[in-house]
Design a binder for this molecule. Sequence first.
Ligand code: FPP
Length: 244
Amino acid sequence: MSHSANNQNIPRHVAVIMDGNGRWAKKRLMPRVMGHKRGLDTLEEMCRICSNAGVEYLTVFAFSTENWRRPEDEVSFLMGLFLTALEKKVAKMHANGLRVKVIGDRSHFSPAIQKGIVAAEELTKNNPGLTLTVAADYGGKWDIIQAANALIAEGKTQITESDLSTKLMLAEAPEPDLFIRTGGETRISNFMLWQMAYAEFYFTDVLWPDFNETEIYRAFESFTQRERRFGRTSEQLPIEQQRP
Ligand code: FPP
């Protein structure tokens, strides 16, 4: 497959639920956590591929507010992986000119992780490349509520859509154009609820550690083929966006 950089059919912002790590490991008779370890490698690879393709924002769901309910040893492995990623992978990403951001409620993470997050964001904030945003202890409902509370704190009693949009996590990024969920489930699972109002949804049975360049280009291809109307009729769209 040949892939050209900066293709106009490449989404600007891709959001991903990286599902299927546990099943990937189980199929290989390995502990579930080995799937997460491989999942981190896949994430690193996806940053490289998306960056080369011309994607500007890649936002991934690494840990949901519900994930704290997982067995204690799995939660602590994920926390360890998060810390390793912050300590080791971020340096590489910085060298490649990527920006790293973390969204979610940081207060439940260890002081070491919290410090790592601040350091990673600070180190990479002026980089020109793709912005990788990791959603950790994040929930879409939580995001909307924190935005509303920020407006209340400013004394607002009536709010508009744009007021709320400016207080959401990731307010500075365009909304996701393409949402990918691997691992066969077809749910949004409380990911970016508000921001994905117009995103194209792409679901695949491929498990996250198996997701690769061919698979993401399948998702891009599917994105390109769909008509994005934002509520208009196809006749109202510019000629190049109308169906033949
Ligand atoms: C879902 O698979 C995946 C997660 C809950 C964790 C995702 C984390 C990574 C890919 C690690 C890399 C990210 C960082 C920033 C450390 P699952 O466990 O629900 O899989 P299953 O549905 O097969 O059980």
